[in-house]
Design a protein around this ligand. Structure first.
Ligand SMILES: Nc1nc2c(ncn2[C@@H]2O[C@H](COP(=O)(O)OP(=O)(O)OP(=O)(O)O)[C@@H](O)[C@H]2O)c(=O)[nH]1
Ligand SMILES: [Mg+2]
Length: 202
């Protein structure tokens, strides 16, 4: 295990009221407030953790989901290492808006290639009886939109919250390994000709 901690920036995006702030607070402070206020702009909290022997400082950016705060949140998308697209399983509209959130992130972030960028989808409020979005439907969306991991969470009863944030870290580490491997497998000979040895890395 290397002593140096890797700083990773993850950003929570999703409709207002789906539970982004509650998920961040549950993960960092292990608290839940049933009367939380709408986020205005962005807030962030840090948490140190160890994932597969790697020390990581996770900087979690929580954004305002309400449309009126769009101009306050979009400047903070740049530099994100992972994006947590969040909806509430009892709010169909928030699920249907996932594609818009992914597009907004790609437009305002400095990410070039959506296919290789780590997204994780969170279906929050699974503690609630009345669901409007089925698990299969949500998993199908994730399959069709880049095969990203999907977690059903509850900030209220602490279901899958740690697992979701740790998965975000693993996605980033895996993406970095992938890029590192691809770079290694393409070499430039002394005459400057690019040679790529076709080694399959997965
Ligand atoms: N039952 C239940 N309620 C939740 C859960 N997560 C959040 N809530 C409640 O949902 C409401 C909105 O939660 P927030 O965390 O403020 O939602 P948000 O996504 O940060 O909203 P914006 O800041 O407006 O973007 C609050 O009343 C929370 O207590 C959950 O997992 N289960
Ligand atoms: Mg909030």
């Amino acid at each position: 295990m290397s002593g140096k901690s890797l700083l990773l920036k993850v950003i929570l995006l999703g409709d207002g009221g789906v539970g982004k702030s509650s998920l961040m607070n549950r993960y960092v402070t292990d608290c839940f407030d049933s009367q939380s206020f709408h986020t205005i702009g962005v807030e962030f909290l840090n948490r140190d953790l160890e994932v597969d022997g790697r020390l990581v400082t996770l900087q979690i950016w929580d954004t305002a989901g309400q449309e009126r705060f769009k101009s306050l949140r979009t400047p903070f998308y740049r530099g994100a290492d992972c994006c947590l697209l969040t909806f509430a399983v009892n709010d169909l509209q928030s699920f249907q808006n996932l594609g818009c959130w992914k597009k907004e992130f790609m437009y305002y972030s400095d990410v070039k290639n959506a296919e290789r960028f780590p997204f994780v989808v969170l279906g929050n409020k699974v503690d609630m009886e009345q669901r409007e979005v089925g698990q299969d439907e949500a998993r199908a969306w994730c399959e069709e939109n880049g095969c990203c991991p999907y977690f059903e969470t509850s900030a209220k009863d602490d279901t899958n919250v740690t697992a979701a944030f740790e998965a975000a870290v693993r996605e980033v580490l895996a993406a970095e390994d992938q890029i590192g491997h691809t770079l290694l497998s393409s070499t430039i000979d002394l005459h400057g000709n690019r040679k790529t040895s076709r080694t399959s890395c997965c």
